[in-house]
Design a protein around this ligand. Structure first.
Ligand SMILES: *[C@@H]1O[C@H](CO)[C@@H](O)[C@H](O)[C@H]1NC(C)=O
Ligand SMILES: *[C@@H]1O[C@H](CO)[C@@H](O)[C@H](O)[C@H]1NC(C)=O
Ligand SMILES: *[C@@H]1O[C@H](CO)[C@@H](O)[C@H](O)[C@H]1NC(C)=O
Ligand SMILES: *[C@@H]1O[C@H](CO)[C@@H](O)[C@H](O)[C@H]1NC(C)=O
Length: 436
């Protein structure tokens, strides 16, 4: 999911598009102007949508107003690589790392289907109690897996109190290991350990929210589709991976390392992403043979049961089956956003069963790692959950995204958010977990 990539289109048409309505895309002829407070966000070549202009800036704003003070001078140059981190991450209480058993995950000795969710923002919070509150609620709800952003790249140092993990500037990468940097992720990992939550942590964003590949391109030059093969960029990316992996290499709270959020390479030969996945995942395994590795892609480029619609095509430079065959990839990920992909909600069931079949054929599990709609959450998403649960090869699902009320107020509402304690939460978490 994109969480911030917003662009405003100059006022052209007169009528204003309602929240979550279509406002652009190839062949679209309607108004491109969203109601006040909403901005037109490109989802893909064919579809742009009005989203709240404060979507993920809410989280950032909340962070800025909180009381954390800027750390002293604890940033380290990436070039001074990694003697670091006898990090604050707590000592493993168990040496049982999550693993794959056939087409399932085994977590804390249990081989089963698992429910989970996404809270990309949790490592950017500055109040430990807020992190613990979320972890407590997740555990109580039996949401066992949480996916968080393990990146937060900037090109200029943000204002004091705003968390960032890596500064990319003028061809140099500087990892922020301080109290407004990776120490915040340390706290997430240690809290996950305490509350028996397993984390999926990724290293870069395809989208430009929280920096993303665009932040590397700004610092090193090149193009976005060239990101995957640019030697300087890949060296910095690997150095960042190494910095994060080494901090939590012994933690049983890491379910998996994930190469990126929704990597795409539009119009590229599928060999570009394939080669990058192959070499990067092998690199991670060379650093850490204990933890699982996955890609974080949307599941695009699938021949199995394809209906020829956009997500099944290789137009975004991915071949799902080809990539899943890579030895150092332990399980597959796929996402589901019919609203953004120009498909129907009911189409989602076939998308889920097609991926399950492809995963079963390769002999690795897959997880429905993100899914969401902006209205009628229960009636649309609960059937997807049932389909996922009933599909061999699918071993977990994680709705996008988790919401809660923190010391700074409610967490980011992008229309997809399911708040702890809400009736949608009862439907999509309590009832779903009971069915599992
Ligand atoms: C995997 O989990 C499913 C439940 O989704 C269960 O039916 C199946 O027996 C499990 N397989 C193994 C090998 O435990
Ligand atoms: C998780 O929640 C359950 C209650 O649902 C509680 O019994 C257990 O102690 C909690 N575990 C942790 C590690 O917090
Ligand atoms: C993410 O993917 C889309 C689709 O290929 C592309 O338009 C966009 O530029 C990508 N973002 C970056 C930062 O590469
Ligand atoms: C995707 O990869 C698989 C496995 O290598 C291959 O059989 C299939 O033809 C590829 N699909 C496309 C559309 O290239």
């Amino acid at each position: 999911m994109k969480t911030l990539t917003v662009f405003s289109i100059a006022t052209l048409a007169s009528a204003q598009v309602a929240p979550y309505g279509q406002c652009g895309g190839s062949g679209y002829t309607g108004s491109t102007v969203c109601e006040t407070g909403w901005v037109c966000q490109s989802q893909n070549e064919w579809y742009s949508q009005c989203v709240a202009s404060s979507s993920s800036t809410t989280t950032r704003a909340a962070i800025t107003t909180s009381t954390s003070t800027r750390s002293s001078t604890s940033s380290t140059k990436t070039t001074s690589s990694l003697t670091s981190s006898s990090s604050s991450s707590t000592v493993a209480s168990s040496t049982d790392f999550p693993s794959v058993t056939g087409l399932n995950f085994t977590i804390d000795g249990e081989t089963d289907y698992f429910a989970g969710t996404n809270a990309y923002w949790i490592g950017f919070l500055t109040d430990d109690d807020d992190v613990d509150l979320v972890m407590t609620h997740l555990n109580e709800s039996d949401l066992r897996i949480l996916r968080v952003w393990g990146f937060n790249d900037v090109n200029t140092v943000p204002s004091s109190g705003t968390v960032y993990y890596q500064l990319l500037s003028d061809g140099t990468a500087t990892i922020n290991t301080g109290s407004d940097g990776l120490e915040r992720l340390d706290y997430v990992v240690s809290s996950a350990e305490k509350h028996d939550i397993k984390l999926i942590i990724n290293f870069v964003n395809n989208w430009s929210d929280y920096g993303g590949m665009a932040a590397y391109v700004t610092a090193y030059g090149g193009t976005q589709t060239g990101w995957y093969t640019n030697a300087d960029i890949q060296a910095a990316y690997r150095n960042y991976i190494s910095a994060v992996v080494s901090r939590y290499i012994d933690s049983p709270a890491i379910l998996a390392w994930e190469l990126a959020n929704e990597p795409r390479c539009q119009g590229c030969d599928t060999s570009v992403i394939y080669d990058w996945v192959k070499s990067t995942s092998a690199y991670i395994k060379s650093l850490d043979s204990n933890h699982l590795v996955c890609i974080g892609d949307e599941g695009f480029g699938l021949d199995t049961d394809s209906d020829g619609s956009y997500p099944y095509t290789i137009g975004e430079g991915l071949n799902f089956t080809l990539n899943l065959g890579i030895e150092t990839i332990d399980f597959a990920t796929f996402h589901l956003y019919p609203d953004s992909w120009g498909t129907t909600d009911a189409w989602g069931d076939g998308w889920i069963t097609a991926h399950g079949a492809a995963c079963a054929a390769v002999g690795k599990p897959c997880i429905l790692e993100e899914y969401g709609v902006t209205s009628n959450h229960c009636s649309v998403e609960a059937p997807w959950q049932r389909t996922a649960l009933d599909t061999e090869g699918v071993t977990a699902d994680m709705f996008w995204q988790y919401g809660d009320t923190l010391s700074t107020g409610e967490t980011s509402d992008d229309g997809n958010t399911i708040y702890y304690g809400s009736s949608d939460f009862t439907c999509l978490v309590t009832d779903h977990v009971a069915a599992i």
